[in-house]
Design a protein around this ligand. Structure first.
Ligand code: E4P
Length: 214
C-alpha cells in the first residue's frame, strides 16, 4: 500500500519524508488555507520534497475552467496530480485531461457508483472520504471495500486512495481491505508510532543497561 500524507504543511511533510515513509501528498483548499504564503509556492516546495504524486485541487465548477486550472497547476512540477471534484463537469475534465496526459484524482467520492463513473472517465485515483461517512454514522470502510472489489473484478487500473482518515485503525483497515493508497494526517502518523509496551520496553532496557559491566 502506498502511503501519502494529507497536509500542506511543509514541516510535517519534511518530517514524514525524512522517515522514508512517503509516496505522495494530498492537499485540498482547506489544508492550503491553514498555511502561510502563496499556494503555488507552497505546492512547488512540496513537489521538491516528495517525488510521488502531489494532489492540488481545481476550484472551477465547469470543465473548461477546471482544465485551464489543471494546465496552470501542472506547470508547477511534473509530479502534480490534479484533484477534481466528483461532478459531471469534473468527469468531463478528467476525460479531457487524460487525453493530454495530466494525472487526476477524483475527490469527494461517497458511493461505489461514483467510483465506477470516475474510473470509466479515466481517473488515475479516486478518493473515498471515509471519516466524513463515519461522522454521519455510515461505515466509511465499507465504501473502500466495495470500490476495491469492483475495481479488482475488472482489472481497473484506477487506484483507490482511502482519504479522510481519523485514526490508526482506519489505516490498518484500509491496508486489510486492499486500498492501493492511504492518505494520512500528520497527527495520525504520530499515533501510529505509539505503543505503551514499546515505551515500557525501551525504559526497561535503558535501566538494565546501567547495570551492565562496561
Ligand atoms: C483527501 O484528499 C482530503 O484532503 C482529506 O482526506 C479530507 O479529510 P477531512 O475529511 O478530514 O477533511
Amino acid at each position: 500500500m502506498k502511503f501519502f500524507i494529507d497536509t500542506a504543511n511543509i514541516e510535517q511533510i519534511r518530517e514524514a519524508a525524512s522517515l522514508g515513509i512517503l509516496d505522495g501528498v494530498t492537499t485540498n483548499p482547506t489544508l492550503l488555507s491553514i498555511e502561510k504564503g502563496p499556494f503555488k509556492e507552497t505546492l512547488k516546495e512540496i513537489c521538491s520534497i516528495v517525488k510521488g504524486p502531489v494532489s492540488a485541487e481545481v476550484m472551477s465548477e465547469n470543465w473548461e475552467g477546471m482544465v485551464e486550472e489543471a494546465k496552470e497547476l501542472s506547470k508547477i512540477a511534473d509530479n502534480i496530480c490534479i484533484k477534481i471534484p466528483m461532478t459531471k463537469e469534473g468527469l468531463k475534465a478528467v476525460n479531457h485531461l487524460k487525453s493530454i496526459n495530466i494525472k487526476t484524482n477524483v475527490t469527494l467520492v461517497f458511493s461505489p457508483a461514483q467510483a465506477i463513473l470516475a474510473a470509466k472517465a479515466g481517473a488515475d485515483f479516486v478518493s473515498p472520504f471515509i471519516g466524513r461517512l463515519d461522522d454521519i454514522s455510515h461505515i466509511g470502510m465499507d465504501l473502500v471495500r466495495d470500490i476495491v472489489t469492483i475495481y479488482n473484478n475488472y482489472d481497473i487500473l484506477t487506484e483507490v486512495i482511502t482519504a479522510s482518515i481519523r485514526n490508526p485503525l482506519h489505516v490498518i483497515d484500509a491496508a486489510i481491505t486492499g486500498s492501493h493508497v492511504v492518505t494520512v494526517p500528520f497527527a495520525v502518523i504520530e499515533k501510529m508510532f505509539k505503543h505503551p509496551l514499546t515505551d515500557i520496553g525501551i525504559k526497561r532496557f535503558l535501566d538494565d543497561w546501567k547495570k551492565v559491566e562496561k
